[in-house]
Every structure is written in structure tokens, then in C-alpha cells.
Design a protein around this ligand. Structure first.
Ligand code: DNO
Length: 394
């Protein structure tokens, strides 16, 4: 597997030098300064690529070329926006970057309610707590009909949580949920998120799925022509938020979207922490079933709770069978080698990490994307990959 690392660009406090020291060889990044929907200019792509290569690293994966909401709803200027997206795909291919991650989440990208959940050893993890999310949705945002999205016990807990929260805590909860997390799309104020939810809520799962498939049918032939592999990232978390449709959450969803535009260019990002936040997603089975279409993996673990809440645990300690998953991915790589496939090694990145050591309290650290926590995760995962590879070679 190819060890990669997410880098948020020249302003990221974790530098390319740090990443090289952590031992990763591939960089996962995006041109965050380009407005969503605009074409990625050749010159900007080349400039970014050069900075990466000057550090002896390779731009392995683009995460992400984000989709404008109008493409997801097929309203407004979506036809032009799709043409722009096609051009961006051609431009990244011309620069020699062939793996593109993207997602089809409505309104909000990845979402957590608590960005500094304290663990027993006083390091901090990211957490999604269902009752906190419900407290925001039902009592602060007051989305019409929102009570119907939650079980009575979650609602009761949400009300109690809200009553106990100070104004500062409420403001922080709102910011965590709607202001957008690093690398995510969509940053709103309260009125803005209401308007965005209204735009999507009528579509339902079928409407949303139809729009995803329509997008794939337009984009995949272009990607295939220029040799780009599109790797869709699942919904994070993999269930409805704000009553909105989410259609990339399960193995059935993945199967359907791969079948909607059959092509080697139509692939998956297997995000273990996202798919794995549902107990009905069997990650090892998914890696085996979708193996030849998995181009990128996010290795992250979580501990799930009964009501849908979870927190991000240590990479090797959680509800995801990380060793089983890596084993299945190594089998897939062996299968590719045997069949003479020209695909590169599967790019993996240690996804998120705990905030620990002297990074606690430092400003400017991207939630989930500190240096030490990810380096710890990478080192642990590298150990598993190494051990399984040695055993295979015996
Ligand atoms: C969070 C990430 C997401 C992801 C995008 C993919 O840590 O996994 O920001 O990059 O949703 O498009």
C-alpha cells in the first residue's frame, strides 16, 4: 500500500517536511483556494505539484474536487458546473494526477458535535453525539418536523442537554455542526443552513440518487478517457442528518453507484471510519466485494454506541476490524499484481488522529489533523501492513 498523508496546502501547520519525517510518500491535497464550481486552472495544479515534488513527495490523490450544491440538486447553473468539473478532471490528468476523491453529501460535509472529546489519557478525539445533534436540530435550529427524525429517548436526552448548556456551549455546538470542518464543503450561518436544507429536503433518497447517477454518467466517460479514477467518499456519518437524503452510506449504495456507470474510472474511497460507523456495514466484506474499484482508503477506527453516537478511537482499537480490512486490501493488491494490472498500489492515509502531547492547546491545528496523533496512527497501521506482508512473503 502507498502511505499517504492529507496536507491542507501551504498554510497547513503540518508541513511537507513533517510529512516526509513521518515516512509517508504520497500527498493528499486539494486546491482549497479555488471556489467550488470553478475550473481548476492548469497553472495552479502545476504549481502545487511542484511544491510537493520539491520535497521528494508525490501528489498521490486529490481530496477533493468538491461538487457545487447545484450539481447535487440539478438546479441553477448545473449544466455549466458539470462542464467545469469535466475540465478540472482533464486538467489534473494533464498534470499527471489520476486519483480524485469527492463526495455527494447534501448541505454538510463530514460532521461532528464535539471536536475535543477528552479520553481517559487526556488526549482529545472527535465525537458525534446523537443527542447533541438532535438538540441543535430540534431546539436551536427548530427545523420543521425535526422531532420525527429522532427516537423519544434521544429527544429527551437532547432537551436535558440543551437545558444544561451555557450560551457559549450552544454557540460552540452550532459552530462545530454548521461552520464546516477542515477540507469539508459548506460553511453556513443559521439562516444559510435553513435555506440549504430547504433546497434538498424535498428530493428524498430517490431524487438524490438519480442526481448522483446522472452526474456519474456525465463525468465517468471523461475520467475514463483521460485515465482518472474517481473515488467517491461515503457520507460521514453514514445516515441522514437534518432529515436530508444520504445515498452513499451502505454496501448497497456503493454497489448501486458502481453499477450506474460501469467503468474502471468509477471507484470508491473506502473510508473505514465513515462506513464503519454503521454496524450493518461489514468493512472486510466490502473490501473483498469492491476490491478492484477501491482506489483510496481512509484507515480510521471508531467506537459506536447504540443510538448512532460514536467517537474516533485509536487506529487499532475500536469496532472496526482494522487487521482484517488491511488483510483484504493486501489480497486485492496481490490479485492486481498477479493479473498484470497497471494500477498503482492502493493509497492509504491514516485518517484523523487524537490531539495529544504538546499540540494540545496550540492554535491553528486542524481538528482531527494534528501531527502526532496521525503519526501514531500511521506508525501503528504501518506495523500491521508490514507484519501481514512479511507473513505473506514466507
Ligand atoms: C474528513 C474527510 C472529508 C472528506 C470529504 C471527501 O476528514 O474525510 O473532508 O475529505 O468529504 O470529499
Amino acid at each position: 500500500m502507498k502511505e499517504t498523508w492529507r496536507w491542507f496546502g501551504p498554510k497547513d501547520p503540518v508541513t511537507l517536511q513533517h510529512i516526509a519525517q513521518a515516512g509517508a510518500t504520497g500527498i493528499v491535497t486539494s486546491l482549497h483556494h479555488i471556489r467550488t464550481g470553478d475550473v481548476w486552472p492548469q497553472a495552479d495544479i502545476q504549481e502545487r505539484k511542484k511544491i510537493i515534488e520539491d520535497h521528494g513527495l508525490e501528489w498521490a490523490v486529490i481530496e477533493s474536487i468538491p461538487l457545487h450544491n447545484d450539481i447535487k440538486t440539478r438546479t441553477g447553473n448545473y449544466l455549466q458546473l458539470i462542464e467545469n468539473y469535466k475540465q478540472s478532471i482533464r486538467n489534473v490528468a494533464a498534470a499527471g494526477v489520476f486519483d480524485v476523491c469527492y463526495n455527494f453529501m447534501p448541505v454538510v460535509d463530514w460532521t461532528r458535535t464535539n471536536l475535543s472529546y477528552s479520553l481517559p489519557n487526556k488526549s482529545q478525539a472527535l465525537r458525534f453525539e446523537m443527542s447533541d445533534f438532535a438538540a441543535y436540530d430540534v431546539y436551536m435550529l427548530q427545523r420543521p418536523g425535526s422531532e420525527q427524525s429522532y427516537k423519544p429517548d434521544v429527544l429527551a436526552k437532547a432537551k436535558a442537554r440543551l437545558d444544561a448548556m451555557s450560551e457559549e456551549e450552544k454557540a460552540l455546538l452550532e459552530k462545530n455542526i454548521i461552520a464546516g470542518l477542515p477540507g469539508g464543503e459548506g460553511s453556513y450561518d443559521r439562516d444559510g443552513i435553513r435555506a440549504a436544507i430547504d433546497q434538498f429536503i424535498q428530493m428524498g433518497d430517490e431524487g438524490m440518487r438519480a442526481n448522483l447517477f446522472a452526474f456519474l454518467r456525465e463525468i465517468i466517460p471523461v475520467a475514463e478517457e483521460v485515465g482518472v479514477r474517481m473515488a467517491i467518499h461515503p457520507d460521514d456519518p453514514p445516515f441522514s442528518l437534518f432529515g436530508l437524503p444520504r445515498v452513499v452510506s451502505t454496501a448497497d449504495d456503493a454497489r448501486a453507484l458502481l453499477n450506474a456507470a460501469p467503468s474502471p474510472a468509477n471507484g470508491l474511497t473506502l473510508c473505514a471510519g465513515s462506513y464503519g460507523a454503521r454496524c450493518d456495514n461489514d468493512l472486510v466484506a466490502m473490501a473483498r466485494e469492491f476490491g478492484d474499484r477501491i482506489y483510496f482508503v481512509h484507515l480510521r477506527n471508531i467506537k459506536r454506541e447504540d443510538d448512532g453516537s460514536f467517537y474516533e478511537s485509536d487506529h487499532l482499537d475500536g469496532d472496526n476490524d482494522m487487521v482484517g480490512l488491511i488483510d483484504a486490501l493486501l489480497d486485492e493488491e496481490a490479485r492486481r499484481d498477479k493479473s498484470g494490472s497497471k494500477l498503482p498500489k492502493i493509497a492509504m492515509r491514516p485518517d484523523h488522529g487524537h490531539l495529544m502531547g504538546d499540540e494540545i492547546g496550540k492554535s491553528g491545528i486542524n481538528p482531527g489533523y494534528s501531527f502526532a496523533g496521525r503519526m501514531k496512527g500511521l506508525a501503528e497501521l504501518r506495523g500491521v501492513i508490514h507484519a501481514l506482508s512479511v507473513i505473506r512473503a514466507r
